[in-house]
Design a protein around this ligand. Structure first.
Ligand SMILES: Cc1ncc(C[n+]2csc(CCOP(=O)(O)OP(=O)(O)O)c2C)c(N)n1
Ligand code: SF4
Ligand SMILES: [Mg+2]
Length: 350
C-alpha cells in the first residue's frame, strides 16, 4: 500500500543579483567559544557580502594570529584565504592587492595582532591606502593566549584575576584618521544593523577601510569590572547616526529623504545616507571627528558609526599607475621592452 504525504514544499531560499543564496557565503563551522563577539561579526560579513552580491571567488581573506584571525575560515568559502604570521597580515594584503587589482580584499585582525606586534604593518598599510577592508575585532585582550591586556585596553580596567591595566590605550580609529585613512568606522558586535550598513559601504569603498568592532571576549573579558563586556559596551555605546547604503546600481530606485540626511557619494556612484542621531558630529570633518572621538573616550563612551569619510583619496594601485589586469596575466610583449625601447631607457640614464 502506498501512502501519500501532503507536506508543504520548503520555500526556495532567497537569492541575490548573482543568483546566490546566503548559504553560498558561509564558511566552515566556527570553533570559537559560544557567545564570542567575533562570531557575530562573521555573521554580518556573510550578510553584507550576500546582500551586496559580492562575487565570492574574487574575495581574498587575510589574517594574522588570534581567535579573530581564525575567523576568515568561517565566511565566504569560495574566497581565497591566507592566514599569515602574527601581525604580518598587511604585508600579504599589500602584495596581493597590487598583483591583482580585481580582488576584493578583506583583512581580519585582532587588537593584539594590529596594535602590538603588527603596529608597524598597520600604520604603513593605512598610510599607503591599500584597497582593503581592515577589520579589527577588538576585545581589549589577547583572547587566544588566555586573556592578557592588549594595547586597546582602557587604562584602569581590570582583568578577571583583578590585575589592573596601568597603560593608556591606543585607539585604532583616531590613529587611522591621523594616518590619512578615508573610511574609518567603529561598531559593536552587538549592533548587527549598524555593522551591516558599514560593511556594505565598505565593500564599495576603493581604499583602506579601518573598521574597529568592539567584540567582547566572553571567556576572558566579560566580567563586571571590564570596559569591554557586553553590558558595559551596550551601556556606553553612542551610535552617531542611522546609516543607509545604496549600491550604484540601485541609486535610481531609492528615494533618499531630503533634509537632515547627509549623502556621501563614492566614485562608482554608490551613496551612503547618514542620518544624524545627535547634532554636531560631521563625519567629513577630519579634525572635528578626532576631537569628538577624544572627548567621548575621556567620558568612557564609545562613539560608533561612520567616524570619518572621504571617498576621494586614490588607493595605492592608482597612485602607482598600475594596469587594470592582474599582473600574472600580462603577456611577454608587455613585460619585456624591445631592444629599441631598452636602448631609449639606457640613453635616458646616461
Ligand atoms: C610571534 C608571535 N608572538 C606571540 C604569539 C602569541 N600570540 C598568539 S595570538 C596573540 C594575541 C592575540 O590577540 P588578538 O590579536 O587581540 O586576538 P584575539 O585572540 O583577542 O581575537 C599572541 C600574543 C604568536 N603566535 N606569535
Ligand atoms: S577566548 Fe575569547 S576571543 Fe577567543 S574565542 Fe573565546 S570568547 Fe572569543
Ligand atoms: Mg583581542
Amino acid at each position: 500500500m502506498t501512502t501519500t504525504t501532503s507536506a508543504t514544499p520548503t520555500p526556495a531560499a532567497p537569492t541575490n543579483k548573482l543568483g546566490f543564496t546566503k548559504q553560498d557565503y558561509v564558511g566552515s563551522k566556527s570553533t570559537l567559544c559560544a557567545g564570542c563577539g567575533h562570531d557575530s561579526i562573521t555573521a554580518q560579513i556573510i550578510n553584507a557580502a550576500f546582500e551586496s552580491s559580492i562575487e565570492g571567488h574574487r574575495v581574498t581573506k587575510y589574517s594574522g594570529i588570534g581567535c579573530s584571525s581564525k575567523t576568515p575560515a568561517y565566511f565566504i568559502n569560495q574566497g581565497w584565504g591566507f592566514n599569515s604570521v602574527h601581525g604580518r597580515m598587511p604585508s600579504i594584503a599589500t602584495g596581493a592587492s597590487l598583483a591583482n587589482r580585481t580582488l576584493i580584499n578583506i583583512g581580519v585582525s585582532g587588537d593584539g595582532d594590529s596594535m602590538s606586534i603588527g603596529m608597524g604593518q598597520f600604520v604603513h598599510a593605512v598610510r599607503r591606502n591599500i584597497p582593503m577592508i581592515y577589520i579589527i575585532e577588538d576585545n581589549g585582550v589577547y583572547g587566544l593566549t588566555k586573556g592578557q591586556f592588549s594595547a586597546t585596553a582602557d587604562k584602569g580596567s581590570h582583568l578577571k584575576t583583578g590585575a589592573v591595566n596601568d597603560f593608556p590605550s591606543i585607539d585604532p580609529c583616531t590613529l587611522a584618521i591621523e594616518l590619512g585613512c578615508g573610511f574609518v568606522a567603529r561598531s559593536f558586535s552587538g549592533n548587527p544593523k549598524q555593522l551591516n550598513a558599514i560593511l556594505k559601504a565598505a565593500f564599495a569603498y576603493q581604499g583602506t577601510v579601518v573598521l574597529d568592532v568592539i567584540s567582547p571576549c566572553v571567556t576572558f573579558n566579560n566580567h563586571d569590572a571590564s570596559t569591554r563586556s557586553y553590558k558595559h559596551v551596550k551601556d556606553h555605546d553612542f551610535p552617531l547616526h542611522d546609516l543607509g547604503f545604496i549600491q550604484y546600481s540601485e541609486v535610481e530606485e531609492v528615494d533618499i529623504p531630503a533634509g537632515e540626511t547627509e549623502i556621501v557619494t563614492f566614485p562608482d556612484g554608490s551613496k551612503v545616507a547618514i542620518k544624524a542621531l545627535h547634532e554636531g558630529y560631521e563625519p567629513t570633518d577630519r579634525f572635528g571627528a578626532m576631537k569628538a572621538i577624544h572627548e567621548s573616550m575621556a567620558k568612557g563612551e564609545f562613539l560608533t558609526g561612520l567616524l570619518y569619510i572621504n571617498p576621494t583619496q586614490p588607493p595605492l594601485p592608482e597612485v602607482l599607475n598600475l594596469v587594470d589586469e592582474p599582473l600574472a596575466t600580462l603577456g611577454e610583449d608587455l613585460l619585456k621592452p624591445s631592444p629599441a625601447e631598452l636602448d631609449k631607457i639606457m640613453q635616458s640614464l646616461m
